[in-house]
Design a protein around this ligand. Sequence first.
Ligand SMILES: C[S@@+](CC[C@H](N)C(=O)[O-])C[C@H]1O[C@@H](n2cnc3c(N)ncnc32)[C@H](O)[C@@H]1O
Length: 258
Amino acid sequence: MISPLYTEYARYYDVIYHEYLVERVPRIIDFVEEVFKRDAERDVRDVLDIACGTGGPTIELARRGYRVLGLDISSEMIKIAREKARKNGVQVDFKLGDMRRLNFNEEFDAVTCFFSSLGYNLSDEDISNTLRGVYNSLRKGGVFIADVPNPLHRFDRWVKGTPVIWRVQSDNISILVIDVKWLTNTVTPILEWERTLIVKHNDKIDMLFDKHKLRLYTASELKLYSRITGFKKTKIYGDYNLIEDPKQAGRLILVAVK
Ligand SMILES: C[S@@+](CC[C@H](N)C(=O)[O-])C[C@H]1O[C@@H](n2cnc3c(N)ncnc32)[C@H](O)[C@@H]1O
């Protein structure tokens, strides 16, 4: 089942993540282009962006001249992504689909998966299916890039389930976000993520709830799963710096080469 966060409340995604989409995504794509040059063993032109959401990174890649296909399981997110690309005059294809059931045959030079989305592969079977589909989608020498949270970085806060509160504001929408990410299972670390949104839209106030799960993968697991899938080279960068196997990082960036 797809979380309400990405269906009923999809229209609030770009308001909630405005700072990520406007400030961080261009810098992330700068990093990704460096990885294309440094780690891919072929020129990158065709890119598949899985779990593309409202298309922030997808559209930024297309704006820089790549031929991009964005794929997401939520039709609401895809609809917003298509509309944004059209408004910005950027040519991108979007397709509804499940990353666990990719059906491409060596059509891409790179596959990307941004903003923790790989964690929606909750079971071993899910992650194996996704990685196999990614591998089959890539041409030889192509590269897979995925960014996920480092499970060990905020471990204390997650085990305690400490709430985090923040507020975002756009022209006529003001949203208070209350997040509780709670690691109730520390054996196979799966975050229970509860989000409450208090949305003031013009003169109307709504309180909305979402609850879903996100699996956390360690750097070693990411590498191991990728090697088992058949990727010949795997690397971990941290926090969008080109330093391999960092000692500290809030975010892990998996780079796997076919
Ligand atoms: C946190 S958003 C990330 C969106 C985008 N990558 C970004 O950077 O803004 C997670 C996305 O994963 C999508 N998703 C979750 N499970 C999926 C699956 N099995 N296949 C494809 N997309 C999925 C959701 O619909 C949502 O759009």
